[in-house]
Design a protein around this ligand. Structure first.
Ligand code: UTP
Length: 292
């Protein structure tokens, strides 16, 4: 099977409880870092990796994600009349030409694995990407998914992004055991969801970027509730390992867990320091705040 990805799945139907009360009305993926919502960073990364179909798995409360990618007639007209061409292209380019958005509903938040399965009718029988927008990955070079897509294509295998975490944090992640690494990738031999530090097979944690074989859908159909009572993508990947090679990939870049308060703060600092106009003022404020 050719491992060229064209479709990217964005599960955005979680409850986002760690960001209540903000997420009472605003989905976590719509929280901004500087001037773009998290979901826009993830979509940009998928477009850069060659995807032309963005599949959003939403729930009935998350209209704002669909609204965001829809045309904003009134606003566009106003900006056009006012001759604000730059702002106009900013809102028109949330999805570049030739890229389409498809929305599917996850009626109940039964877990990430279940959310991915909801995308099956759109993805069909081809390899695809999954991006969790609350894992924001910053890199000066190619985006994390671009790096993974290249590896998946050259090796013809599924690829999962991983990073090293402190052992006391294994209980917050899917953790993989692997064979030896060649360059940045190694074959996964086992994967477990949220193991306690004393039983974790390694400290190599899965982060929210996957390039997956479509076989995962059949396996998800047969995956029951796992850790936390949810249908876990990790459990279906564990089943996939028995049939196909799956590679762990240590991506180049820095990942921010924007599903947590500190992660969103860190991402905002990083992007501010990297922002041409904002950097001097942001740096000055940080130094001042630290000296008080
Ligand atoms: P999280 O584990 O971060 O859960 O989901 P959450 O509900 O979004 O956030 P907290 O922990 O309550 O604050 C990981 C990803 O899977 C999606 C989420 O939207 C997030 O992108 N997800 C999770 C679904 O789409 N559906 C689900 O049933 C569960």
């Amino acid at each position: 099977m050719k491992f060229r990805i064209r479709k990217a799945v964005f599960p955005v139907a979680g409850l986002g409880t760690r960001f209540l009360p903000a997420t009472k009305t605003v989905p976590k993926e719509m929280l901004p870092v500087i001037d773009k919502p998290l979901i826009q960073y993830a979509v940009d990364e998928a477009v850069e990796a060659g995807c032309d179909t963005m599949v959003f798995v939403t729930n009935r409360y998350k209209h704002s994600v669909a609204d965001y990618f829809d045309k904003a007639y009134e606003l566009e007209q106003k900006l056009e009349k006012a001759g604000k061409g730059e702002l106009l292209s900013l809102i028109r380019d949330v999805l570049p030409k030739g890229v389409r958005a498809v929305f599917v509903t996850q009626a109940e938040a039964l877990g990430l694995g279940h959310a991915v399965l909801c995308a099956r009718p759109v993805v069909g029988d081809e390899p695809f990407a999954v991006l969790l927008a609350d894992d924001l990955i910053w890199n000066r070079g190619p985006g994390a998914l671009r790096q993974m897509a290249d590896l998946a294509e050259s090796e013809s295998h599924s690829v999962i992004a991983v990073q090293d975490v402190p052992r006391d944090q294994t209980g917050s992640y899917g953790i993989v055991a692997t064979g030896p690494f060649a360059d940045r990738h190694g074959r996964i031999s086992a994967i477990v969801e949220k193991p306690a530090p004393d039983v974790a097979p390694s400290t190599l944690a899965v982060v929210g970027r996957y390039v997956l074989s479509p076989r995962i859908f059949d396996l998800l159909e047969n995956t029951g509730a796992g850790s936390g009572g949810e249908i876990q993508l990790t459990d279906a990947i564990a089943a996939l390992l028995k049939e196909e090679d799956v590679l762990a990939y240590r991506f180049e870049g820095r990942r921010f867990d924007c599903g947590s308060h500190i992660g969103l703060v860190e991402a905002t600092i990083q992007y501010a320091l990297d922002h041409e106009d904002l950097a001097p003022a942001a740096r000055a404020y940080m130094l001042d705040a630290l000296s008080r």
